[in-house]
Ligand binder design. Structure first.
Ligand SMILES: *Cc1c(COP(=O)(O)O)cnc(C)c1O
Length: 359
């Protein structure tokens, strides 16, 4: 089976070897307060910084999931209001999770075919954290670096938090334009689920220490304190951290990965034009490079997915309101060129058969 599911997704093909290494080297049983763990932790963070171009003064933490990051931000970073701009299911979920913990959260839905426009809204006199879903996995849209930079310029005193779950490690993210970034690893990192990375600016750390929320095992001040010792607040996903270290040793710098992701995205775009497959999002400027939703009649979508399965190709189901009218293709780095060729061959063949059936 070749999986094009946008999470959990195809894992890096070296994962089985790394898991075997972890077992034979005793990593799976090491104590998370040991020198050995702390060394591994430190090295993994250093590699993440290097490969993803994390600014020197930003901090890197591990959590269990993007969902956990929603809660950490709500409890430990947001001290008054948060402004959630979203156009799809994941951004909306983040808003609703936050709203349960913090009644002052405000949600703003925008059209998925339009660029994020915060200009109509003046937040400059209102404090609060601005929350964005950089890559909306449910509908295949993105808010690009330039737009986030503009937001930062307009609101230099606001903290900006960004969900980059289905883009981090797949495309270049300009971290300096926002304060809290996070991603779980079962998307672009090509790893099994159960670990997430959270990247924080000095301003975010400052805010967390000022809010000083200490009511939860995962209160950010505790995480900050433990990280200074290269440790975690609880027994972490040691195997996940080890796999992250090995993956980060092997991947190319993010600029190279980004280039390849965009090239592959353009390849899909050409093919879709040729086969008259429609992208869910009409506005090309807001299309995600890592998640490609193809829209069509429910029977067509169902039939393509079924025919693909028969060829051992797993296409991603649609998500939320687009469940029946789209299938999604993950354009993640761990997918091999040969696998993309197989998918493209299948789509061409399927198109030809359809044309024959009609004539
Ligand atoms: C997958 C996904 C999540 C949820 O990730 P978990 O690891 O299940 O918590 C959150 N946000 C976005 C944008 C996602 O794609």
């Amino acid at each position: 089976m070749i999986s094009f599911y946008p999470g959990p997704s195809r894992v890096n093909e070296r994962i089985p070897r790394y898991i075997k290494d972890a077992y034979s080297q005793g990593i799976l049983s090491i104590n998370h307060r040991s020198e050995e763990f702390m060394g591994m932790y430190q090295r993994t963070v250093a590699l993440l910084r290097e490969k993803l171009e994390v600014p020197r003064d930003y901090s890197v933490f591990f959590t269990s999931s993007a969902t956990e990051c929603w809660e950490i931000i709500a409890q430990s970073v947001i001290d008054s209001t948060s402004y959630h701009f979203f156009n799809g299911a994941f951004g909306e979920k983040w808003f609703s999770y936050t709203n349960k913990l913090n009644a002052l959260a405000i949600g703003y839905r925008f059209d998925m075919n339009l660029k994020l426009k915060t200009g109509e809204l003046d937040l400059s006199a209102q404090p609060g954290v601005i929350c964005l879903t950089q890559n909306e996995t449910s509908n295949g849209t993105q808010i690009d670096n330039r737009q986030i930079e503009k937001l930062r310029q307009r609101y230099p005193d606001h903290l900006i938090a960004v969900d980059a779950t289905s883009s981090m490690a797949g495309v270049f993210l300009d971290f300096k334009n926002a304060d809290v970034w996070y991603a779980s690893v079962q998307k672009c990192f090509g790893m099994p689920a159960g670990l997430a990375v959270m990247i924080c600016s000095p301003q975010a750390i400052h805010k967390a220490l000022e809010v000083n929320e200490r009511d939860h095992y995962n209160s950010l001040p505790f995480i900050i304190e433990m990280t200074q010792k290269n440790q975690t607040t609880h027994t972490p996903n040691v195997m996940g951290i080890y796999l992250m270290m090995r993956i980060m040793e092997s991947v190319k710098p993010i600029a190279k990965v980004h280039q390849k992701t965009v090239e592959r995205f353009n390849g899909y775009r050409k093919l879709m034009d040729k086969l008259s497959l429609s992208h869910l999002v009409k506005n090309e400027d807001v299309r995600s490079h890592t998640v490609i939703p193809v829209v069509g009649e429910p029977t067509f979508i169902e039939n393509v997915k079924k025919a693909a399965r028969e060829q051992s190709i797993v296409l991603g189901n649609g998500y939320g309101e687009h469940k029946d009218t789209t299938f999604r293709i993950a354009n993640f780095p761990a997918i091999k060129n040969s696998e993309i060729q197989t998918l493209m061959g299948f789509l061409k063949e399927y198109h030809l058969q359809g044309a024959e059936a009609k004539s």
